[in-house]
Design a protein around this ligand. Structure first.
Ligand SMILES: Nc1ncnc2c1ncn2[C@@H]1O[C@H](COP(=O)(O)OP(=O)(O)O)[C@@H](O)[C@H]1O
Ligand SMILES: [Mg+2]
Length: 397
């Protein structure tokens, strides 16, 4: 997965990685997760070609495909009943039909559609390598939070909601204008959940999926890269490399860029301190935009040199669970976290970690739910969440 701030070079680096991997013999798919698709531009393809293909993979070279989803197609094939229900909701509230249809594209539908593809490709082994070209930070964080949100939704809400609706539907019909979801809606949702099963394991296993953060040697970009590193780790994803893009070549004669070269050197050094032991790959600013297969090949060589781009460069797990001496410990590798910004919230069967405006629910194993105390400690690059003080069953909660 190639992620990072907008404009840092994610699509270019992801594409160059794909070109290099395909050349090394791997059957590779590059999939765009950014609604503002730009893969076909980078590969200098005629847009008409990808449009005609209705969001299915397009072959761009030996062993190499790109895919840019078409949300309208996805709605037809994956979201029929869910979409129909939501559109009918908007419709009854007086919106005209076309607008209701448009509005019923929920945030997250694109991301879930991509997850469905990834899951299918992974289960069926269609490709040896799938490269995900992410949207800018915010949206890609929503993307990685979807599997756990779904798990939570199924466990906590889905069952109850469905039962309640089936009880109240006969009554509600008589009193309300707003339609309640029919069984089709729940069946469609359930079907989606089933097709997403296992995707969280695929994304969070460092032996299967790794994240490469693309960044530039500039203050604000580096800062955002640290945040995204933290959030990806919170979602159990393994960052295996940082790609530092747009380094001015050392042999550049032009005096005008001297200050830039100096500051880039400083930020590069800083980045090494920040992200170590995760390796950093430096990439030069090219003379022009790397577009088309030949240029991407050069870019690929500049990023990885002799390395195989499909290799995992760092594989440490971000989560560990320990159970000993009447204590249960969740240890999460969260570099760049400070004590002030982390907030823990204990609920009966889960723990909610809140960092800034971002939160993650961690569902607890049943036996841990019986521990009454919980504390958090920052230990270097790790956050330790410690559960202790087993309940004897009589104590108040
Ligand atoms: N190393 C580089 N040298 C020169 N131009 C680059 C380099 N990396 C990216 N670009 C150019 O910068 C622009 C943004 O890159 P892009 O890959 O689309 O970024 P993102 O996907 O992160 O928004 C594009 O015009 C791209 O061709
Ligand atoms: Mg892009």
């Amino acid at each position: 997965m190639f992620a990072g701030k907008g404009g840092v070079g994610k699509t270019s680096i992801a594409s160059a990685t794909g070109v290099k991997a395909a050349e090394a013999g791997h059957k590779t798919l590059i999939m765009s997760l950014d609604i503002a698709h730009s893969l076909s531009d980078v590969f200098a393809l005629d847009k008409g070609l990808t449009d005609k293909n209705r969001g299915m993979p397009v072959k761009v070279g030996d062993r190499l495909w790109i895919q840019e989803l078409d949300i309208n197609e996805e709605i037809q094939s994956n979201w029929g009943d869910v979409h129909r229900y939501i559109a009918s909701l908007f419709n009854t509230s007086g919106l005209d039909e076309i607008l209701a249809e448009e509005l019923a594209i929920l945030p997250g539908m694109e991301e879930v559609s991509s997850l469905l593809y990834i899951n299918r490709y992974a289960q069926e082994g269609d490709f040896e390598l799938i490269i995900l070209d992410c949207a800018p930070t915010g949206e890609s964080l929503r993307f990685i939070s979807i599997p756990t949100t779904l798990e939570w939704y199924i466990r906590k809400i889905f069952k109850i909601e469905r039962r309640v609706v089936s009880y109240i539907r006969p009554l509600a019909r008589r009193f309300y204008e707003v339609p309640l979801p029919e069984d089709d809606y729940f069946r469609a949702l359930k079907d989606l959940f089933v097709r997403l099963e296992g995707i969280d394991k695929i994304l969070t296993d460092p032996a299967v999926t790794t994240v490469r953060l693309v960044t530039n040697p500039e203050k604000m970009v580096l800062k955002e890269t640290q945040r995204i590193f933290l959030y990806f780790s919170l979602y159990k994803m393994c960052v295996d490399a940082v790609v530092m893009n747009r380094i001015l070549p050392a042999n550049l004669e032009e005096k005008y860029f001297d200050d830039w070269k100096e500051s880039q050197k400083r930020y590069l050094k800083l980045a090494e301190e920040y992200f170590s032991p995760v390796p950093i790959f430096s990439v030069n600013l090219f003379k022009n935009e790397p577009l088309g297969a030949e240029s991407l090949k050069k870019l690929g060589a500049n990023i990885y040199g002799e390395h195989d781009p499909t290799q995992h460069f760092f594989t440490e797990k971000s989560y560990e669970f320990h159970h000993e001496d009447g204590q249960f410990l969740i240890r999460i590798r969260l570099p760049f976290l400070t004590k002030e910004e982390v907030e823990l919230n204990r609920l009966p069967e889960e723990i909610v970690i809140r960092i800034g405006g971002f939160k993650r629910h961690i569902l607890l194993p049943r036996y841990v739910a019986t521990y009454k105390d919980v504390k958090a400690k920052i230990d270097g690059n790790h956050l330790n969440i410690i559960f202790g003080g087993k309940k004897d069953g009589k104590q108040k909660t």
